[in-house]
Design a binder for this molecule. Structure first.
Ligand code: AP5
Length: 243
């Protein structure tokens, strides 16, 4: 996805060592939308646990078979499965300047595991190793979340995210980038959304306290236009290292 010209204009960002940027927030908060932009701006990977799990479901892997019905019901996939998947991905060389973690950690157990990896010098790059993670909580009102999720459409080819209410494609139902037919996610059905929001409140929201205690939590108002949220995140990332 193309990031706005104003952000990419600062070319120094795509050589910067960023470390780990953790985005967490309720379903529909805009984590995926922002993670794609930040990944492009800093030229580092977006690691979306939801996307990796959906790919596994689509390919029918062992992991996908285990995750499929859990995801269809809006529950969280067991910590061990997700942690194994993320730890493998974080070992890749493309993460050496950092990465955007979109949807991980999502429980306190996952956050504790991540802290152990960080202390265990996970990254090869010395600078990335010593940078504290930037943790951004994206806050959005309940009614906006419902509208965002029911209106979301995704390109199955390039992953670009649209919304029939807020960010429609130029031609209804067709990706602007590669002309693929846009799809609705099966877990964006209203009954599943309710379960996902419950899982967020019960299992993910405690992360706010976990990271607040260590002084790492940065809160962002996600109920603003996409560009403004991106600008707030860039500021948080660039000031966050001095926390
Ligand atoms: P995942 O894919 O991570 O889903 P999620 O957390 O529910 O988040 P979403 O992808 O629904 O929303 P988003 O915040 O990314 O919003 P988006 O940018 O798309 O996880 C799916 C499932 O996988 C989970 O339910 C679980 O089962 C499993 N899973 C994943 N990670 C796991 C983990 N760590 N542990 C255990 N299980 C795990 O935006 C939404 C819509 O809003 C779009 O249409 C977009 O265009 C629009 N929009 C975005 N920003 C704005 C804005 N500022 N203004 C207006 N509209 C906007």
């Amino acid at each position: 996805m193309e990031a706005p010209a104003t952000y990419v204009a600062d070319a120094s960002r795509n050589e910067k060592t960023v470390g780990l940027v953790i985005l967490f927030g309720p379903p529909g908060a805009g984590k995926g939308t922002q993670a794609k932009r930040l990944a492009e701006i800093y030229a580092i990977p977006q690691i979306s646990t939801g996307d990796i799990l959906r790919e596994n479901v689509a390919r029918g892997t062992e992991l996908g078979k285990k995750a499929k019905s859990i995801m269809e019901h809006g529950d969280l996939v067991p910590d061990q499965l997700v942690c194994d998947m993320v730890s493998e991905r974080l070992k890749s060389a493309d993460c050496n300047r950092g990465c955007i973690l979109d949807g991980f950690p999502r429980t306190v157990t996952q956050a504790e595991r991540l802290d152990i990896w960080i202390d265990g010098k996970f990254f090869d790059n010395e600078r990335a190793r010593t940078l504290p993670p930037i943790v951004i909580q994206v806050k959005v009102e309940y009614n906006s979340l419902l509208q965002r999720l029911t209106g979301r459409r995704t390109c199955p080819t390039c992953g670009r995210i649209y919304n029939v209410h807020f960010q429609p494609p130029t031609i209804a139902g067709i990706c602007d980038g590669d002309r693929s037919k846009l799809e609705m996610r099966p877990d964006d059905a209203e009954d599943v959304i309710a379960e996902r929001l419950k899982a967020y409140d019960n299992q993910t929201l405690p992360l706010a306290d976990y990271y607040r205690k260590s002084g790492r939590l940065l809160e962002i108002d996600g109920d603003q236009p996409v560009d403004q949220v991106t600008a707030a995140m860039l500021k948080a990332i660039e000031n966050g290292h001095s926390l």
